[in-house]
Design a protein around this ligand. Structure first.
Ligand code: IMP
Ligand code: MG
Length: 179
């Protein structure tokens, strides 16, 4: 069993979500906003975020799979679920759980831009800025952190721990006999 070091508690997350929702509601007032959640990790964050917004929005989902599993993005991305909403001329906000290297997001943004939206911006709950390998910037970022692998509140490790209400740093203990 790895160690779970608490990073954000349930209440911390709700405060962060409220602050983000307030900014988004102000910035996109009188616009046609489409939120595009990145499956699967963003499903809980998106569900909480929409309920704190004070403006009307439409919601869609996209899914990108990074080849291979483990704790690091391989950089090779495959789209496994396309959008189903017409975003031409509309403002798009991509909702992510966490931006790490930024490689997934930069692929997704390039894909979304082919539909000629009015704008494409990013809202991420967690911004792991130290590991960025692409130019991508999140206009809205709830919590900035450095390295470390996080789980809970939608974030998984090989599909486990998404259901945890808080966010934890997963610390792997070195195997016996291995340094
Ligand atoms: P990126 O392409 O390196 O930015 O990685 C993006 C995706 O990898 C995220 O949308 C997550 O699904 C996953 N990911 C990156 N870091 C973590 C983490 O610390 N915990 C859980 N998933 C992560
Ligand atoms: Mg994700």
């Amino acid at each position: 069993m790895p160690d779970f070091i608490p990073v954000l508690e349930k209440d911390d997350i709700q405060r962060i979500v409220s602050t983000l929702a307030e900014s988004i509601s102000t910035d996109y007032k009188d616009r046609e906003l489409v939120l595009i959640g990145v499956l699967k990790g963003a499903f809980i964050f998106l569900a909480d975020l929409v309920r704190q917004l004070t403006i009307p929005v439409s919601v869609d989902f996209i899914r990108a799979a990074s080849y291979g599993s483990g704790t690091s993005s391989s950089g090779s991305i495959r789209l496994t679920k396309a959008i189903e909403t017409d975003i031409a001329g509309k403002d798009v906000l991509v909702v992510e759980d966490i931006v790490d290297t930024g490689l997934t997001l930069s692929h997704l943004i390039d894909y979304l831009k082919t539909f000629s939206p009015r704008s494409v911006e990013v809202c991420t709950l967690i911004d792991k800025y130290e590991r960025r390998k692409s130019e991508v910037k999140a206009k809205y970022a709830g919590y900035q952190t450095g390295h470390g692998f996080l789980v809970g509140y939608g974030l998984d490790f090989d599909e486990a721990y998404r259901e945890l209400p808080g966010i934890y740093h997963l610390k792997f203990q070195p195997k016996e006999g291995v340094l």
